[in-house]
Ligand binder design. Structure first.
Ligand code: NAD
Ligand code: KPL
Length: 305
């Protein structure tokens, strides 16, 4: 089986993974959105990764979705709302037994993606690494973190897993990937929307800890109802630790809103509220938070889903 890493979405995290894998001598191919983007990429001659103020250039080959050739391993590095259409665009190229890694934050997009490619193995990733684009094809590695990978349907560790260590990508295989994703979703629900509503850094929420605590109590109840008691354990304490540790940072949702970008609310707070409704659980604080956030996004002229 081919060992090429096809990377769908050459944005912040996709470029970060692509450069590290290429630097370790792994075969990597980028899949960019369309011919125009491909021409732009070819003019730039590759990706630039800035790490510790050192820019390094990587001439990684690129193509568009309709290119020929089977795909055996696909890293989907689009935003959650783009993941399903992006996968659909390459689905005809996925080989028998292909493996698809889903890097999206939040929950819901992984299931949308998996439904489109029932014959592929889908590996879910929960990442706390940080990267952002400084320009076209130029990405800054902004925050060291960690990657948890797992497959809720198959606990076996994939044969390619060592590629990650060889590439210096900090990662561990877990049989509890859903617990990791739920926990991160809950942290994001308790912090990110409030930073948008109060127009503040994460540390600004120290002035709203009662509200944060009430949200954590509802989120913990939801996690338990969804069969995730471990993800609920000590949630409020961890949220407060994260607020303190990242007090000077702006949350990812705040940054999206500030930059006029669509947020991933549908796969974060939206997912939590839909899960609660499915379980017949009334979570008034969380529902009110979603209403306030949607109204805020609407007033800014941003998509509400
Ligand atoms: P990004 O917007 O920087 O990159 C996404 C890329 O996907 C863009 O280049 C976009 O053009 C491309 N894309 C979209 N549809 C496509 C298609 N059909 N075909 C080809 N390319 C397509 O996003 P990001 O910041 O890298 O985030 C990706 C995911 O990772 C998100 O779910 C995000 O929440 C999560 N995440 C990001 C970070 C981070 O630091 N950037 C950290 C943790 C998790
Ligand atoms: O992951 C985050 C984000 O900004 O998306 C933190 C720092 C945990 C805040 O929710």
């Amino acid at each position: 089986m081919s060992s090429t890493w096809h990377i769908l979405g050459a944005g912040s995290l996709g470029s970060l993974w692509a450069c590290r894998l290429a630097r370790a001598g792994k075969a990597v191919r980028l899949i960019v959105r369309d011919q125009q983007r491909l021409r732009g990429y070819q003019q730039a001659g590759g990706l630039t990764l800035i790490e510790n103020e050192q820019p390094r250039h990587y001439a990684i080959p690129a193509e568009t979705a309709p290119a020929h050739g089977p795909i055996h391993r696909l890293l989907v590095a689009c935003k959650a709302y783009d993941a399903a259409p992006a996968i659909a665009s390459v689905a005809p190229r996925l080989a028998e037994g292909a493996e698809v890694l889903l890097l999206q934050n939040g929950m819901g997009s992984q299931d949308e993606a998996a439904e489109l490619v029932p014959h592929a193995r889908c590996v879910f990733v929960s990442s706390t690494e940080g990267a952002f684009r400084e320009g076209d094809w130029q990405v800054r590695f902004a925050g060291h973190g960690f990657n948890w990978l797992g497959d809720p349907r198959n606990p076996t560790i994939p044969a390619w897993f060592d590629d990650l260590h060889e590439a210096g990508i900090p990662a561990e295989w877990t049989v509890d990937i859903l617990t990791r994703l739920w926990r991160k979703l809950a942290l994001n629900c308790a912090i990110n929307p409030l930073t948008v509503l109060y127009d503040c850094q994460n540390g600004g929420l120290l002035g709203h800890l009662d509200e944060v605590e009430a949200l954590c109590a509802e989120l913990a109840g939801l996690l338990r109802r969804c069969g995730q008691p471990e993800a609920a354990h000590g949630l409020n304490e961890e949220v407060q630790r994260v607020i303190l540790a990242t007090a000077a940072n702006y949350s990812s949702m705040y940054q999206d809103v500030r930059a006029g970008r669509r947020t991933e609310v549908h796969y974060l707070l939206g997912h939590a509220c839909r899960a609660a409704a499915r379980h017949g659980l009334q979570l008034p604080q969380l529902e009110h938070l979603l209403q306030r956030l949607v109204e805020n996004l609407r007033l800014r002229g941003l998509p509400c889903d």
